[in-house]
Design a protein around this ligand. Structure first.
Ligand code: MLT
Length: 241
């Protein structure tokens, strides 16, 4: 029978932990929300990278007229990049038909570390229902929910999103066989499911972002089911399936 487990940060799992499994990378604030927004607004694909040097290397091999270098360091746009990591920057006027190379502190690292997985899905509250629906029909593979977190630390908004997925997959009833990670995520969501936006707003990373003037991003990323699509990683590029 398939197992479901939860990892708490992009640093908390090895590439072997996810090999041949279905991996869902969650970064509510903000990488997965930004990636999905960019794709929804017509960008051709997002190439996630773990390091700035990788971004430069990819950029050197692609047509610069249709390329956007995007990402953040400590929440702020990387100097010299076209865009930072605010989903509100990724408008159709700016991203349509562009290929994005993206480097963020934790989200894109979690995605690139998942490359041995059978399949990598990108999740946030913006598409939580669609991802849960997809996962409900996965029976032949283990499912790993990777919360991107903040370096080695847990981020409550990512764990809450993992909880929403488990809540839906298990039809609101925690099975006896649930792993510890699922029990924590499920229990967190059960407790806070009616106050998601408030929990996100008072999270460590939301406070950090608010300090940088990104209050609107927090509101935007707290929306549920804005999109019915699922971004997936295909040969190094994230596209809408
Ligand atoms: C990350 O990858 O850690 C986040 O997306 C950071 C951010 O909010 O810019």
């Amino acid at each position: 029978m398939r197992q479901i487990d939860v990892f708490i940060s992009s640093r908390s799992f090895s590439e072997e932990d996810v090999r041949d499994n279905i991996v869902v990378v969650i970064d509510v604030l903000r990488a997965c929300s930004s990636i999905h927004t960019a794709l929804h607004n017509g960008c051709s694909g997002v190439i996630p990278v773990a390091e700035n040097e990788d971004a430069g290397r990819y950029a050197g091999n692609l047509d610069s007229s249709s390329l956007l270098l995007c990402g953040e360091k400590n929440g702020r746009k990387v100097e010299g990049y076209h865009l930072g990591n605010s989903p509100l920057e990724y408008t159709p006027e700016i991203v349509k038909n562009k290929t994005i190379i993206m480097k963020t502190s934790n989200g894109t690292r979690a995605i690139t570390r998942s490359h041995f997985a059978e399949k990598v899905l990108i999740a946030s509250f913006l598409n939580v229902r669609a991802v849960a629906h997809y996962l409900k029909n996965v029976n032949d593979r283990n499912i790993i929910l990777v919360c991107s977190g903040w370096f080695s630390r847990l981020s409550i908004e990512d764990m809450l999103c993992a909880g929403a997925l488990t809540w839906n997959i298990f039809d609101q009833k925690l099975p006896d066989s649930a792993t510890d990670g699922v029990k924590v995520a499920f229990g967190l969501y059960e407790k806070y499911k009616n106050s998601i936006a408030q929990v996100i707003k008072s999270s460590n990373h939301a406070r950090r972002l608010a300090g940088l003037g990104f209050e609107k991003d927090i509101e935007y990323c707290s929306q549920q089911d804005l999109f019915e699509t699922i971004p997936v990683l295909k040969e190094g590029m994230i596209i809408l399936e």
